[in-house]
Ligand binder design. Structure first.
Ligand SMILES: [Zn+2]
Length: 216
């Protein structure tokens, strides 16, 4: 998950998460002004020289939940934020990609793992940082995985070995909770939710997660 430190800090500005600081036009280099363009309903950064309107929209973070027998693969992060914490292989979708392709690519980059993608499993909106996180179920094709550049180590965890207090992000925590709950019932569903405000904390461990995505 590259670039999350800068993303996470975006909410600190006076403009808030919806309008992170932008000073200059990327088309012509002139100063921009934040105002509601004619016919629009939200403030946008508008170039005072060339008139370009710079729309900012949510970013998609995509990954997989790789299974092997009764265990799942987690990556220990080698980068901030949440250095040393455990996460699923995931990261920002690139332009020109399909969602499933992004999940395969991120899994290959972070875990050097070969997987067969299953169904989309969780879709979690994180509006205060303008992100949407999507995780697919997946099956490891072999055990020849290894830590990628952003990963310290990889490990297969059974349900009772999951380091719940050492999970890097709330979206990952929630996805794992859904996964094991579904597995107990023998029926895997699709889980769409929104997280961000304190009333969305699921339990005490969820609440204790390291300022997840709420770094401002
Ligand atoms: Zn311009």
């Amino acid at each position: 998950m590259r670039g999350m430190a800068s993303m996470a800090n975006r909410g600190c500005g006076k403009l808030g998460a919806m309008n992170p600081a932008m000073n200059f036009c990327s088309a012509c280099g002139a100063a921009v002004s934040l105002h509601i363009p004619a016919g629009d309903s939200r403030p946008r950064h508008v170039c005072l020289a060339c008139g370009a309107i710079h729309y900012l929209n949510p970013r998609l973070v995509v990954g997989s939940l790789p299974e092997w027998d009764e265990k799942i693969l987690l990556c220990r992060r080698a980068i901030e934020p949440a250095f040393g914490k455990w996460t699923l292989p995931a990261g920002f979708m690139e332009n020109g990609e399909a969602v499933a392709t992004a999940a395969l690519r991120e899994t290959a980059e972070e875990a050097l793992a070969r997987i067969e993608l299953g169904a989309m499993f969780s879709l979690i909106s994180v509006p205060h940082i303008d992100q949407v996180h999507v995780i697919y179920r997946a099956r490891l094709l072999d055990l020849d995985f290894a830590a990628g550049a952003e990963t310290l180590e990889l490990r297969l965890f059974g349900e009772h070995e999951i380091p719940w207090d050492e999970i890097a992000f709330r979206t990952v925590y929630r996805t794992l909770r859904h996964y094991f709950a579904d597995r107990r019932t023998g029926r895997f569903g699709f889980h769409e939710e929104v997280i961000g405000t304190p009333d969305t904390f699921q339990d005490e461990a969820d609440k204790r997660l390291p300022g997840t995505w709420l770094l401002s």
